[in-house]
Design a protein around this ligand. Structure first.
Ligand code: ZN
Length: 258
C-alpha cells in the first residue's frame, strides 16, 4: 500500500522540503506519538501538513476520475467511518473516495483524505478485507507518517547544505546529527508500513472487524504481486514477511490464532 509513486502528496512534499530547507529546522523537535509511544522528529505542524494535503487532494480529484459506483462508494465510507471511530478519530475530516483506476493500491493524506483504487477494491473480499486496507491507511494518519517523512526530507536537504557552509550553530548540529540517518531512508519507510499494519489491526479489532482478514488479504496481494518491481521491493516489507509479522502480532494480541 502507499507506493510512493501513488501518493500525490509526495511530489508536493519533495518540492516543499527543498524550499523549506534550513529555516524549518528552527522548529526542530522530537515528539512522542501517544498512539505508538514512539519518539518522532517532527519539523512541521499539523496545520501546515493539512494545508499541503488539501492541495494534493484537490490535484488528485482533478486528475483522476472517481469510480461511478454509488453502492461501492457508500460501502467504503461506511467501513471507513467505523475504522475512524475504532481509531478514536471520528471527528477528523475524513473523506473516502473510490477512484476508477486498475491499480492495486490505496493512499491516505494527513487530515484524513483516503483514496482507494478500483483494482484494489475488486481484489478485496468482504468488509473485513476492505477494513484491513482502511485500518492501514488510518494508521499512517495516527502514526503521523507524512509529517515524519517530510521532516526527514527537510533534515536531509539541510544536512547537505550545512556540510558545505554553516557548521557552527544549532541548525547545523541538528542537521549533521540527522545527516547520519540519510542512508536509512528506505528501511525507515518499511518501518512505517509495518507500524501502519499493526495500528490497522488494532483499529479493525476496535471497530468489530476480524483482524485475521489481514492475513487472507495480504496473502492474495502477495500472489498478485509475484513479479514486484524493484521500487516496491525496496520500499515495502517483503510480502511473505509481512503476512508472518501480521500473524504473529494478531496472535500476540490474543485475536488469533491465525
Ligand atoms: Zn502504507
Amino acid at each position: 500500500m502507499c507506493r510512493d509513486c501513488a501518493n500525490p502528496l509526495d511530489a508536493l512534499l519533495h518540492r516543499r522540503a527543498v524550499l523549506a530547507g534550513l529555516g524549518a529546522l528552527g522548529l526542530a523537535a522530537c515528539a512522542t506519538n501517544p498512539e505508538t509511544g514512539r519518539s518522532q522528529l517532527i519539523l512541521v505542524d499539523d496545520a501546515q501538513m493539512g494545508q499541503l494535503a488539501l492541495e494534493a487532494w484537490a490535484q488528485q480529484l482533478h486528475r483522476t476520475p472517481r469510480w461511478n459506483n454509488p453502492s461501492a462508494q457508500q460501502r467504503l465510507e461506511r467501513i471507513g467511518r467505523r475504522i475512524a471511530a475504532g481509531a478514536n478519530r471520528p471527528n477528523e475530516a475524513w473523506e473516502f473516495v473510490l477512484f476508477d483506476r486498475p491499480d492495486l493500491n490505496a493512499f491516505v493524506l494527513p487530515g484524513g483524505k483516503v483514496g482507494f483504487y478500483r483494482g484494489l477494491w475488486e481484489l478485496a473480499q468482504g468488509d473485513d478485507e476492505i477494513a484491513t486496507v482502511l485500518g492501514h491507511e488510518v494508521g499512517h494518519v495516527t502514526g503521523r507518517h507524512a509529517a515524519e517523512r517530510y521532516s526527514r526530507e527537510v533534515a536531509q536537504q539541510s544536512a547537505l547544505r550545512a556540510a558545505g557552509a554553516v557548521t557552527n550553530n544549532q541548525v547545523a548540529l541538528a542537521a549533521l546529527g540527522l545527516g547520519a540517518t540519510v542512508g536509512l531512508s528506505l528501511p525507515f519507510s518499511r518501518d512505517q508500513e509495518s507500524e501502519a499494519d499493526r495500528l490497522g489491526i488494532n483499529y479493525m479489532h476496535a471497530a468489530g472487524f476480524a483482524p485475521r482478514a489481514a492475513i487472507s488479504f495480504w496473502t492474495r496481494m502477495q500472489a498478485q504481486r509475484g513479479a514486484r518491481p524493484p521500487q516496491f521491493l525496496s520500499t515495502h516489507p517483503d510480502p511473505a514477511n509481512r503476512v508472518a509479522a501480521l500473524g504473529a502480532y494478531i496472535n500476540e494480541r490474543g485475536w488469533g490464532p491465525v
